[in-house]
Design a binder for this molecule. Structure first.
Ligand SMILES: *[C@@H]1O[C@H](CO)[C@@H](O)[C@H](O)[C@H]1NC(C)=O
Ligand SMILES: *[C@@H]1O[C@H](CO)[C@@H](O)[C@H](O)[C@H]1NC(C)=O
Ligand SMILES: *[C@@H]1O[C@H](CO)[C@@H](O)[C@H](O)[C@H]1NC(C)=O
Length: 328
């Protein structure tokens, strides 16, 4: 399957090269297309392509001089299992958005943070000054020292948080850990026994899958440094069921001209999920389908106990953000 994909991409790249060779001189704006962000692309190729830099401009080195690595203008700070990858991929359909290829983990890792701002900048993609650089590291949201550190690098950076129903997010968080354990042939306790303290029968707030879902508590730490206007909350459940309105709100928040449309985000009824289509990149990808991981069965009484537990924090979160969610 992977091999087939590589073959397909490889022949696509070869075809495009041929096209370039035969059409150069006839065509003003030939877009150089690379099959993937990393592997076979010449350095900076994918960014140049994204920015619509023509092959001739590239060859003559006209545009390359203007390319810089910029510190992020916006950071997707979380939340883990909220849909951060989908959000980043959808946003980068916008021609003015460039993204860091990987999770950078600069502010949450002491080791990376000690490497300094220049190291951080070096993790960012090449871009033109007019472009918006975005990185995502979901651990930022819950790591205590991160807000202050980000404030120290750019007090006006825009922050994006994507959240889901906190109970579903907790189960999803558990399911990911469980999968990792199973892959290593390790046993792992049931969700119920981690979430409920066996001695007191109350919700175990120390368990990470629970504490991460207490969104209001984490957000309040961020608001010690940043005004709420600098934080935009994305509804991760709606990003799956009807992504375009969510993405358009983010475009507005980032002061981007509205560019992402139904052509880029279309519903695939066979799959039952939305897919991403980028004309520039000649790719179609369907995120949610492949990302979706089967959740374990959880006793309904435990789910109900969690719902009751999260309820006051959810109300607080709605109040702080000025946005209501339909979490039961
Ligand atoms: C800080 O973030 C703001 C908002 O995105 C951006 O306009 C500004 O250029 C950034 N400053 C630096 C030094 O990156
Ligand atoms: C997993 O562990 C069990 C029990 O130790 C063992 O019998 C089994 O062969 C292991 N399977 C793999 C794939 O390592
Ligand atoms: C829709 O999904 C099906 C099943 O995954 C896939 O075979 C098909 O190519 C997709 N169609 C489009 C237009 O994305």
């Amino acid at each position: 399957m992977v091999l087939l994909k590589q073959l397909l991409l490889g022949s696509l790249a070869a075809g495009i090269l041929l096209y370039l060779i035969t059409h150069l001189g006839h065509q003003d704006r030939v877009h150089l297309v690379c099959p993937s962000e990393s592997s076979t692309c010449p350095a900076g190729g994918s960014v140049l392509r994204k920015l619509g830099v023509t092959y001739e401009q590239r060859r003559n080195g006209v545009a390359t001089g203007r390319l810089v690595r910029q510190l992020p203008h916006a950071i997707i700070i979380g939340v883990r299992k909220g849909g951060t990858r989908a959000l980043l991929e959808m946003l980068s359909l916008h021609p003015k958005v460039v993204k860091a290829a990987q999770e950078v983990h600069f502010f949450d890792s002491n080791k990376n943070y000690a490497r300094g701002f220049d190291w951080y900048r070096s993790r960012m993609p090449l871009s033109l000054n007019s472009h918006v650089t975005i990185e995502k590291s979901p651990a930022y949201f819950t790591t205590e020292k991160v807000p202050e550190r980000i404030f120290g690098i750019n007090a006006s950076v825009k922050l994006l948080v994507i959240v889901r129903d906190p109970v579903i997010r907790a189960v999803s968080d558990y399911a990911q850990v469980l999968e990792g354990k199973r892959r290593k042939n390790k046993t792992y306790p049931r969700f119920e026994s981690l979430v409920v303290d066996q001695a007191t029968c109350s919700v175990n707030t120390k368990y990470k899958a629970v504490s991460t879902s207490v969104y209001a508590k984490h957000l309040e730490r961020w608001l010690l440094f940043f005004p709420i206007e600098q934080v935009h909350v994305v509804d991760g459940d709606r990003l799956i069921s009807d992504p375009l309105p969510e993405i358009q709100m983010v475009e507005r928040f980032l002061n981007l001209t509205p560019q992402i449309s139904r052509d880029n985000l279309y519903f695939n009824s066979t799959r039952g999920f939305y897919c991403l289509r980028s004309e520039r990149r000649h790719v179609t990808r369907c995120l949610a389908g492949s990302k979706g991981r089967a959740h374990p069965h959880v006793r309904p009484a435990v789910l109900e106990q969690l719902r009751v537990f999260f309820h006051p924090y959810n109300q607080k979160f709605y109040q702080i953000t000025g946005r209501s969610f339909t979490w039961p």
